[in-house]
Design a protein around this ligand. Structure first.
Ligand code: PAF
Length: 289
């Protein structure tokens, strides 16, 4: 359905305004959580949620609680007018876009937090970004509490985040469905991310190498199913040959639990984080035997 002629979404900045609207909603409510700077990855989640629901809310909130002290909270791209127009074209009903004080009235360091279990929250991304998943789980639980959606979709690009959110919903008995949406890539394979905007022209040319190496490694899992550790090691060597990419991790894990795996005997996910200059990119590929 072409919704490009639909009216502009309503924008609510306070919890009270949003809740007043929420009480009037009939039928199912879908929800996509974002920090804005929308790209085709977000748009595919929004379109999917639009298809599945009678009503659709997108949140735009750059969450200070999930940024480390040396991370890019201040410089994170903020493109509200463009985001609003994209949401209008996709038929979003409502944007919830609170200020920091609305979400953390006593400051982000003085709020009750949701801490994911360490086996999900402190490994991989959580190891390199201490506190990140507590920041994500806390804000997402607050958004679920305010928005009361029936369902939500999180991108598989942030695979660990998707598992953290699914686990939180299960453990805290939150009454909504959480789905994963596929990673959207540029033609050269680079996974779309708001942080790609930080790449210089030269760095942008190098960045698809991350996906190329992931594909190479995962492509060999079927022919050498008992050699995952060695194959991942080979992948790390490929990274080390690309001087301008600084690999932080390349690991294969159980796709449901993030447990370490040595054999290709279940659904697995190959996850990586790498820095190109000061730009930190993450990516993953999933494979099923
Ligand atoms: O993936 C993101 O953009 C953020 O981590 C999220 C889920 C919107 C929480 O701030």
């Amino acid at each position: 359905m072409d919704r490009s002629s639909a009216g502009s979404p309503q924008v609510f900045k306070t919890i009270k305004e949003f809740r007043d609207w929420r009480r009037s909603v009939r039928g199912s409510l879908g929800f996509i959580a974002t920090m804005g700077a929308l790209h085709a990855g977000h748009l595919s989640l929004i379109s999917r949620a639009r298809e599945l629901n009678d009503n659709l809310v997108v949140s735009i909130f750059v969450n200070p609680l999930q940024f480390g002290p040396k991370e890019d909270f201040g410089s994170y791209p903020r493109t509200f007018e463009t985001d609003l127009e994209l949401c209008r074209k996709l038929g979003v009903d409502t944007i919830f876009s609170p200020g920091t004080e609305e979400i953390y009235p006593d400051g982000k360091d003085h709020c009750t937090k949701v801490v994911p279990p360490p086996f999900l929250g402190e490994v991989l991304e959580g190891h390199f970004r201490p506190g990140f998943f507590t920041g994500v789980a806390t804000v997402v639980s607050k958004l679920f509490e305010i928005i009361e959606p029936n369902m939500t979709i999180f991108g598989e690009k942030d695979y660990q985040q998707l598992l953290v959110v699914k686990r939180m919903v299960r453990d805290l008995n939150m009454p909504l469905l959480v789905e994963g949406g596929p990673t959207i890539r540029a033609d050269d394979g680079l996974a779309l991310s708001s942080r790609n905007a930080y790449l210089t022209e030269e760095q942008r040319k190098i960045a698809p190498m991350i996906h190329r190496i992931l594909s190479d490694v995962i492509g060999q899992f079927k022919s050498e199913p008992n050699k995952l550790t060695a194959l991942v090691e080979k992948g790390k060597q490929q990274f080390s040959k690309t001087a301008s990419i600084d690999l932080q991790y390349l690991e294969v894990r159980d796709a449901n639990t993030l447990e370490e795996v040595a054999a290709f005997d279940r659904k697995v996910v190959l996850l990586t984080a790498a820095k190109i200059g000061s730009v930190r990119l993450i990516d993953n590929l999933i494979a099923t035997p």
